[in-house]
Ligand binder design. Structure first.
Ligand SMILES: *[C@@H]1O[C@H](CO)[C@@H](O)[C@H](O)[C@H]1NC(C)=O
Ligand SMILES: *[C@@H]1O[C@H](CO)[C@@H](O)[C@H](O)[C@H]1NC(C)=O
Ligand SMILES: *[C@@H]1O[C@H](CO)[C@@H](O)[C@H](O)[C@H]1NC(C)=O
Length: 304
């Protein structure tokens, strides 16, 4: 080997060593997950690990969250600096580091929908340069569908039309809403969605066959909640029960009319009695006079 070649190899080797030292002197952050899911109310550990060759006396970790509800205003969830830990007021008592100072993982207890968003873990350990020093992960908070509310509207007489509506207050992912008629056999009904969280079914020209139990279900990957409507369609006057109903209605109507008649007669009589009593007093003449005096002026006023 010539002296030249030895020199060349030496240069290469020192360059390599230099590069390696520079590389290992740069702190790097790795996140084992890029997306995570948690069911609301459960706890979650957000992993963030880093490698550094410097002493940890000046270690600094900042976790930020850009919530899905307001991505443009990220805030600091928790900070570790000079051995001190500072938490955001909205997460106080619910967030904490789990493995300081070896890892930057945090745990969030009693998760809420507002905890969902993009988390960033930033680690610095001066004098080491950070490369890249930032990890990012997306957290989704899942919510089971709430109990839907079933409602019906319309005419339940044969030939009328009825609308069944159903709405669910919450659920993440957005619950799927469906309507089924359960008897005599189970059939799925075509649904009109009104927004993402409510759906209705319109039934036109209803008949006795329309009667039955209807179910609305709201479901997502966490489960299903149902509400029911028991629809009874009155088949009209063809049936004997219809005739009976008609007869009963007429009967009760005439009873009510008679009662009204009695009431009116009685009122009329007491009114006459009252007038008779007043006519016995001294006010009667003046009242009559007032009536006559004021009426024309009122009429005049309304015409002017
Ligand atoms: C979360 O709850 C667990 C169990 O109840 C508890 O051990 C842990 O300290 C809590 N973590 C935080 C950050 O509050
Ligand atoms: C309503 O239904 C009845 C029987 O189910 C049928 O005879 C009638 O033609 C229907 N009317 C309309 C307007 O569809
Ligand atoms: C629905 O209503 C009918 C008649 O009113 C009744 O016979 C039936 O038991 C009800 N079904 C349910 C599930 O409530």
């Amino acid at each position: 080997m010539s002296a030249m070649a030895v020199l060349g190899w030496r240069t290469l080797w020192s360059l390599f060593v230099c590069f390696t030292v520079l590389r290992t002197n740069a702190l790097s952050v790795t996140m084992s997950e890029s997306t995570m899911e948690v069911v609301r109310g459960d706890y979650i550990i957000l992993p963030c690990s880093f490698s550094t060759y410097s002493p940890l006396s000046r270690l600094n970790i900042i976790w930020t969250l850009a919530p899905f509800s307001s991505p443009e205003s990220p805030f600091q969830v928790i900070v570790y600096d000079h051995g001190q830990i500072i938490e955001d007021p909205s997460l106080i008592g619910r967030v904490g580091f789990t493995d300081l100072p070896l890892r930057a993982d945090i745990m969030i207890n009693d998760t809420r929908v507002s905890d969902a968003g993009v988390y960033r873990c930033m680690v610095n350990n001066p004098p080491e340069a950070a490369d890249p020093g930032i990890g990012e992960l997306l957290l989704t908070v899942l919510v089971a569908p709430s109990l839907p509310a079933c409602r019906w509207d319309g005419e339940v007489d044969a030939g009328g039309s009825v609308t069944l509506s159903c709405s669910v207050a919450e659920g993440i992912p957005t619950p799927e809403i469906r309507w089924d008629k359960l008897n005599p056999e189970e059939i799925s009904l075509p649904i009109n969605m009104e927004g993402e969280l409510s759906g209705s079914v319109q039934i036109i020209n209803v008949s006795a066959q329309t009667s039955g139990l209807y179910r609305c279900s709201a479901s997502n990957l966490l489960g299903t909640e149902n509400c029911y409507i028991n629809l009874s369609i009155y088949s009209g006057s063809e049936s004997s029960s219809g005739i009976l109903q008609g007869v009963l209605l007429t009967l009760s109507m005439s009873l009510m009319l008679s009662a009204l008649l009695v009431l009116v007669t009685w009122l009329h009589r007491t009114g006459r009695d009252g007038r008779w009593r007043v006519s016995k007093g001294e006010e009667e003449e003046e009242e009559g006079y007032n009536e006559i005096r004021y009426t024309p002026s009122l009429i005049k006023r309304s015409f002017v």
